[in-house]
Design a protein around this ligand. Structure first.
Ligand code: GLC
Length: 427
């Protein structure tokens, strides 16, 4: 899809203004919530995108977003997936369930490390003004990346210890690994997500029982990584984490070199991940896939994370052909699961819908790899989706029906940073 012929400069200006208003509206003072109601705290990768969106019109506010995120960093380097800055009864599971956090109550797991990549992009907009902000942030990013290396990269690729850690909560990638999880002791709890949005568009009850069981398990381990590594029933090497971490290492290396640091340690991480990524190649399906580290099995799930390979600097002609085919099957690419696959569900969260921020990373990677036609198609689809259907959390790839939160931070952010015709002019 391309932007309608009647999409003129005035429409672009109006959409840019709406996107800025969404970021301002979701600003809670130093951090941005993903959307009012459904997600009332600071989420890790959402914030990295938010910072990038702010950078299009308020550089200082962009830095503040990242600084607030890293104010919740643990002593071991981990940056949590949620920071519970202020109690909110409308969200489950909250700080009382996680029982985690050091300087700020938090969840006990992390999320894909988009922050170094976004920090670089923000820094490059104005290196002089950014230098004093970047210097302390660099050390924190380095500690976080070291934490991934020490606690998530034992198979060579980067793994997750909870589906929420990947950011693709109910993707088919985890189905096999979740199958064996005993949820009989989960106890009663009340979900809040399904009171905000249609339950048919959210993870199932069984999924949620697994999520909460894994939170209870981590808490029982006192969030000790060695114990979680030894005993967790869920440990899956994930293409989202692996590709995003690899890209983030490269951007961190660039930042380190620019700031005059020795980056030998980062070079080692890059080399190991470049080799490790090949353990995720699934030749039967023809894409990079998730691998259950407990059973050794590949998931057989062609997802939008499979198409992050170029973002990580990994080329794959077979994957190119697969992406082209998938794009020809939908109105708006890139669906989170192959529309010809048996588990495709066009409205259920990470099992079919399109996500603007995933498209952004896929499109950036394609452009970096010189795959201009595919890159243009992904960006045009994203622009048309948002122009026609608004700033929703995610959308049907078949007809663009918006779903989840309606005024979503990362959708507004990627419009401003990448999809808007005004961003394209500046690119
Ligand atoms: C959902 C998404 C996750 C995101 C969070 C807040 O859990 O799956 O990726 O970070 O919502 O938007």
């Amino acid at each position: 899809m391309t932007l309608a012929a009647n999409h003129d400069a005035a429409t672009t200006a109006e959409l840019d203004a709406r996107a800025k208003a969404i970021l301002r509206g979701n600003d809670r003072g130093g951090y941005t919530v993903p959307t009012e109601g459904l997600y009332p705290y600071q989420w890790n990768w959402d914030s990295a995108f938010a910072a990038w969106g702010f950078a299009a019109f308020d550089l200082d506010r962009a830095w503040v977003e990242l600084e607030t995120l890293f104010s919740g960093q643990w002593a071991n380097g981990m940056v949590p997936h949620i920071l519970f800055h202020r109690e909110d009864a409308g969200y489950f599971p909250g700080p009382d369930v996680w029982g985690a956090g050091e300087t700020i109550p938090s969840s006990g797991i992390s999320q894909p490390p988009v922050a170094a990549t976004m920090a670089r992009a923000i820094f490059e907009r104005d290196p002089q003004a950014g230098a004093p902000r970047m210097a302390p942030l660099y050390d924190k990013l380095l500690a976080w990346h070291r934490w991934f290396y020490q606690h998530r990269c034992e198979s060579g690729a980067c793994c997750i210890t909870h589906p929420w850690e990947s950011g693709r909560d109910n993707a088919p990638d985890w189905d096999g690994a979740l199958k064996g999880i005993d949820t009989s002791n989960v106890g009663p709890y009340t979900r809040r997500d399904t009171s905000h949005v249609n339950p048919d568009m959210r993870p199932t009850k069984r999924d949620y029982d697994c999520y909460i069981t894994l939170v209870q398990f981590g808490r029982a381990c006192d969030w000790d990584e060695a114990e979680i590594l030894a005993n967790s029933p869920f440990r899956v090497a994930d293409p989202t984490m692996t590709f995003i971490l690899l890209r983030a290492h490269r951007d961190l290396k660039w930042l380190g070199t620019t700031l005059g640091h020795d980056t030998t340690e980062i070079d080692g991480w890059i080399a190991e991940l470049e080799a490790g990524v090949e353990s995720l190649w699934n030749d039967d399906v023809g894409v990079y896939d998730a691998r259950d580290l407990r059973s050794g099995e590949l998931a057989g799930s062609p997802s939008n994370a499979s198409f992050l390979c170029w973002y990580a600097g990994v080329s794959s002609p077979k994957t190119e052909a697969r992406l082209a085919r998938i794009l020809s099957k939908v109105t708006y690419g890139v669906p989170s699961y192959d529309p010809e696959g048996p588990l495709f569900d066009h409205m259920r969260y990470w099992r079919g819908p399109v996500w603007g921020m995933m498209n952004t990373m896929i499109g950036m990677g394609l452009a970096d790899a010189g795959l201009t036609d595919l890159a243009t198609q992904v960006r045009d689809d994203t622009a048309a989706l948002i122009a026609d259907h608004g700033f929703a959390e995610y959308f049907s790839p078949l007809d663009g029906t918006p779903a989840g939160g309606g005024t979503f931070t990362w959708t507004a952010a990627v419009w401003l940073g990448w999809a808007s015709p005004s961003a394209q002019k500046g690119a």
